[in-house]
Design a protein around this ligand. Structure first.
Ligand code: ZZB
Length: 259
């Protein structure tokens, strides 16, 4: 899978992170949460970022100036893709549990919301991407459903309601679903919560296909262009601008026993 790694710079750590050793371990480096996305063209509509509250996240030195926050698994992959100064080596400076990252404020490159908060999402997989997921509730049914749950019960999820207060942003328009495909699909498929995994998988499939084949950009540098045309252009523009980098992972490697 060829993802885009999005660099979301930490501008204010959560209370839990603030009271940890993180500042001294960073030794002056800037920290970035790195989100892995397959939809670079939707980055205009980021409203927050998600981590798995029960997952472990490392803080890895990129060089003397920067550090990335992601799973160890992702850092090991990056180490072989020229992401870090020292090829093939991972230098972990610190470790967080996902729940300690919740409430951290980060920059969201390209988004009309320049800064967003880190929120918890139970369904983040440790085995995919970086374990950090940037959230686009206009175009991702999972993100919209999770945010709806968080807004209903902020105390239960131990979050401040202001952290999930940003509304979905129109990014892509499709003839069938208009400008808010994710909320439309959540309604149409009667999805009640982020726990409705089966319907959410179906909604995701429809949203991917509709967005890619029939979507037109409603915002940004490539407004009016088809999603198919805009997608690689937005990606290149972010990579050139130094806010993103290519991140690949070996997908479902099957080791044959018979050789
Ligand atoms: C922003 C975005 C905007 C995404 C959208 C999707 C959509 P897939 O298709 O199953 O391979 N993601 C990335 N890593 C994880 C993880 N570890 N656990 C759970 N979700 C993860 O999934 C790739 C997408 O799933 C990624 O692209 C990321 O969310 C999320 F409008 O980034 B995406 C219809 C989907 N729309």
């Amino acid at each position: 899978q060829e993802y885009t790694g999005l660099k979301m710079e930490v501008t204010q750590w959560s209370e839990a992170a603030k009271s940890s050793d993180i500042q001294s371990k960073l030794a002056g480096r800037k920290a970035f949460l790195v989100a892995a996305t397959l939809r670079p063209e939707t980055m205009y509509g980021q409203t927050n970022c998600f981590v798995g509250p029960e997952l472990k996240y490392g803080v890895f030195a990129v060089n003397e100036k920067e550090a990335f926050v992601c799973t160890l698994r992702a850092a090991r992959n990056m180490a072989f893709q020229g992401t870090f100064d020292v090829q093939g080596q991972v230098n972990q400076l610190f470790e967080f549990s996902g729940k300690d990252l919740v409430g951290t404020k980060i920059k969201a490159p390209l988004s009309i919301n320049p800064e967003v908060y880190v929120l918890p999402m139970e369904s983040v997989l440790a085995t995919k991407g970086t374990g950090v997921v940037t959230s686009v509730p206009s175009d991702s049914p999972d993100d919209f459903a999770t945010l709806t749950d968080l807004k209903k019960k902020p105390e239960y999820y131990k979050i401040d309601p202001s952290w999930c207060a940003l509304d979905p942003v129109p990014v892509i328009s499709t003839p069938t679903y208009g400008e808010m495909i994710a909320p439309a699909l959540v309604k149409q498929l009667k999805i009640q919560s982020a726990k409705d995994a089966k319907q959410l998988a179906e909604a995701k499939e429809v949203a991917y296909k509709e967005g890619f084949y029939n979507g037109t950009m409603s915002i940004g540098e490539f407004k009016g262009e088809s999603v198919q045309d805009a997608k690689p252009k937005v990606r290149e523009s972010m990579i050139k601008g130094g806010v993103a980098f290519p991140y690949a992972e070996p997908e479902g490697l099957v080791i044959s026993r018979s050789g």
